[in-house]
Design a protein around this ligand. Structure first.
Ligand SMILES: Nc1ncnc2c1ncn2[C@@H]1O[C@H](COP(=O)(O)OP(=O)(O)OP(=O)(O)O)[C@@H](O)[C@H]1O
Length: 263
């Protein structure tokens, strides 16, 4: 269960470049401004007050570029801290219990390469397994099991550089699954993949037992979720069944064709 209680995220106006590192400014802003109801002048709100309770096994988040989807996703494991309000995952606050939340919430990024640090898939997953405290004698078996669960057992000992983009994304997912998260947040994990791999990774996410929050531009993938949120200009503007939310998003985008406005 994920709860957002009147959560907003603001950054100093001077930090309002898309290239700025998400997370750093909201965190420091939080330390400086605390949980006051009113922030200082000169701030830009990138997520307006949002209250949500996410209990469904799969939740998709869709929206235009720059609408605030990644900000919302990063709030869920404490990569971004709320400027105001609270985020709780299974009762733990991302601000006060950050380490425990990060252990519980796995995060998969679009760029798998950024998550892969070891020379081979086996070593990469082993690194994650070591972090979970699995007994030494059981680790090799666990690594095999995790690689098998994403269909990469046959590539366990090849160079990571030899993997295709889709295989790298599976390996990044395996590395996160090896840490046994209760919740998985995936921020556009299929954006860099072709249709075949996109379908494969999406199907795999659909089979996981964990709660999955999937940020995506792939409306076919969103239609497979239990619940879909549409984010626009830093607000959740639609929240419902996949069919109603995707239709609302299509209507919204139809009004924007030919424009390039950003929040
Ligand atoms: N740390 C930050 N400092 C300043 N501005 C930020 C920061 N993080 C995000 N933003 C801004 O907030 C807005 C929302 O960004 P976010 O990355 O959440 O959008 P998004 O919906 O995930 O976009 P995309 O689909 O293009 O990945 C953007 O205008 C972005 O430039």
């Amino acid at each position: 269960m994920i709860e957002l209680d009147a959560v907003s995220v603001a950054v100093p106006a001077s930090a309002s470049t898309p290239a700025a590192s998400p997370g750093a400014e909201p965190a420091s802003a939080r330390r400086r401004w605390g949980r006051a109801d009113h922030g200082p002048p000169g701030e830009i709100t990138i997520l307006h007050p949002t209250t949500l309770s996410l209990t469904e096994r799969s939740v998709a988040v869709i929206g235009a570029n720059g609408s605030g989807k990644s900000t919302l996703a990063r709030l869920l494991n404490g990569l971004v801290l709320p400027t105001r309000g609270y985020v709780r995952v299974h009762g733990l606050d991302t601000h006060d219990d950050g380490r425990a939340v990060r252990r519980m919430v796995g995060f998969v990024f679009s760029d798998a390469e950024a998550q892969l640090v070891m020379p081979t898939p086996r070593e990469d997953v082993a690194l994650s397994v070591r972090r979970t405290g699995v007994e030494r004698s059981l680790r090799a078996e666990r690594v095999e099991e995790v690689l098998g669960s994403v269909g990469l057992a046959h590539l366990a000992d090849v160079s990571v550089h030899a993997l295709s983009g889709g295989q790298k994304q599976l390996l990044a997912l395996a590395g996160v699954l090896a840490t046994e998260p209760r919740v998985l947040v995936c921020d556009e994990p299929t954006t860099l993949l072709d249709l075949r791999w996109r379908t494969h990774v999406t199907a795999l996410l659909g089979r996981l037992e964990q709660q999955v929050v999937h940020v995506t531009h792939d409306l076919d993938a969103a239609l497979l979720a239990d619940r879909v949120l549409v984010v626009d200009h830093g607000r959740v503007v639609a929240d419902g069944t996949p069919e109603t939310s995707v239709a609302a998003y299509r209507d919204l985008m139809a009004t924007r064709v030919g424009t390039t406005d950003e929040p």
